[in-house]
Design a protein around this ligand. Structure first.
Ligand code: FCB
Length: 425
């Protein structure tokens, strides 16, 4: 590592999301609070106040500052800001202002995401993103937030991982609304998300002409399980449908064939980006499987001898694969805008793999820069162990370990490594 030097303006950041650090207890209006109440979380786990950010985010902002990061991804709970359609909670806006100002006071730039999986139940119950007027409602929210915080924030993400949101909620049943193999529902949702993204992009720019607006695209490294034509074809199809679904629509207005019959007109999202950002965790090998029409005739395989994160994370995140950062970044290059790695990490409670993930990611990014690729930042998921959606507290992604009972935080060795990178470049 000692041989690598990064440009001084390279952004070292950490990523978080509101629901995962605030929990459900103080936020009954979120779809994820309801999902939890309905008992969908593994082992019936409860998020409670999660990392306590609703009460006091400054504890962890101080820790982010100790790491030497210059940026932090946060998200704001739409369900708190607009608890009923059209009704804004001014106290909540004030509360979040303190979070954002708290970042600035520590010389950490807040990168604000408007929708990170969790959303108001009223929005979901009237059809979510598939509803005709969803883009309008989302744009209204974006405009309101930009007006409230335009003096502290100008770096925005509209949506986090539309492809994971749609797959989790309509294909695999792990996220609300819990549908399975509903390709039509997933496609309608994704089409609506492209339109909502475009509308929010324009709304943010309407308030803040110089805003930097994008979204967080999830990309998995998908490789054929063998060199057979059928496996190569299966991997390419899944890549197109999963990795490409939202991405290609925004980049080129192209909707892939599997989604086209239902996604609707996506022209409203084309070109709606000032930078490109992606989240990546793993690699999966893809085989053709004629018995799985509901999975587009594909089977996802993680070789038994592959590096493995904790528990059954091969299923959720694949084989940890920071080596994918180079090729995935190149896939987004050449569009004339900066690129950011917006999430990368590993579920690893004992830190046996995370130092390798951090170091490998740094090497990947450094090689890209040396090769002239315009990659300007790397955000590690996550600052501190937090509530991991349908898996509750099972997966630990933090540079800081969290003792959920006592609230105590401990810097992991990987956190020390990250601090060296972030503070000394
Ligand atoms: C990503 C999500 C994030 C977190 C990490 C582990 O898909 O964006 O909220 O759950 O995975």
């Amino acid at each position: 590592m000692s041989g690598l030097a990064f440009p001084p303006e390279f952004v070292w950041g950490v990523a978080t999301s509101s629901f995962q650090v605030e929990g459900a207890k103080s936020n009954p209006g979120s779809t994820w609070s309801r999902w939890e109440d309905e008992g969908h979380i593994r082992g019936g786990a409860r998020s409670g106040d999660a990392c306590g950010w609703w009460q006091d985010p400054e504890i962890d902002l101080d820790r982010a500052a100790e790491l030497g990061v210059t940026a932090i991804r946060v998200s704001l709970e739409w369900s708190r800001i607009e608890p009923r359609a059209g009704v804004v909670d001014l106290k909540v806006l004030e509360r979040y202002r303190r979070l954002l100002v708290g970042c600035r006071e520590r010389e950490i730039e807040p990168v604000v995401c408007l929708h990170h999986f969790s959303e108001p139940t009223w929005f979901a119950d009237r059809g979510g993103f598939a509803a005709k007027d969803a883009p309008l409602l989302f744009a209204r929210h974006a405009e309101r937030v930009a007006k409230a915080y335009g003096d502290v924030v100008d770096w925005w993400l509209t949506l986090n991982e539309p492809n994971i949101y749609a797959a989790g909620g309509w294909m695999f049943g792990q996220f609300p609304p819990g549908r399975t193999r509903d390709l039509r529902g997933a496609a309608r949702t994704l089409g609506g998300m492209v339109r909502a993204h475009g509308a929010a992009y324009r709304a943010l720019h309407g308030v803040q002409p110089h805003a930097r607006v994008g979204w967080a695209q999830h990309l998995v490294t998908l490789e054929p399980a063998s060199s057979s034509f059928r496996d190569r074809r299966a991997a390419a199809t899944l890549d197109q449908v999963f990795n490409g679904a939202f991405l290609d629509s925004v980049l080129d207005g192209r909707v892939n064939r599997a989604l086209a019959p239902w996604a609707g007109d996506v022209s409203g999202g084309v070109g709606a980006y000032d930078f490109l950002g992606f989240n990546t965790y793993g690699r999966m090998h893809i085989a053709f499987d004629p018995r799985r029409p509901g999975d587009l005739f594909t089977r996802r395989i993680v070789p038994e001898d592959a590096v493995a994160g904790d528990g059954d994370s091969a299923e959720s995140h694949g084989e940890p694969y920071p080596q994918g950062i180079g090729p995935l970044t190149r896939r987004l290059a050449g569009r004339g805008v900066p690129i950011y790695v917006l999430e990368n990490g590993v579920p690893d409670a004992t830190d046996r793999l995370r130092p390798w993930v951090v170091a490998t990611a740094a090497h990947e990014v450094h090689a890209l820069i040396a090769d002239g690729v315009d990659v300007r930042g790397y955000f590690h998921w996550s600052l501190v162990d937090n509530w991991e959606w349908e898996r509750g507290w099972e997966q630990r992604f933090g540079l800081y370990a969290l003792d959920v009972e006592t609230g105590e935080r401990t810097l992991r060795p990987s956190g020390e490594l990250f601090r060296t990178l972030a503070s000394r470049g």
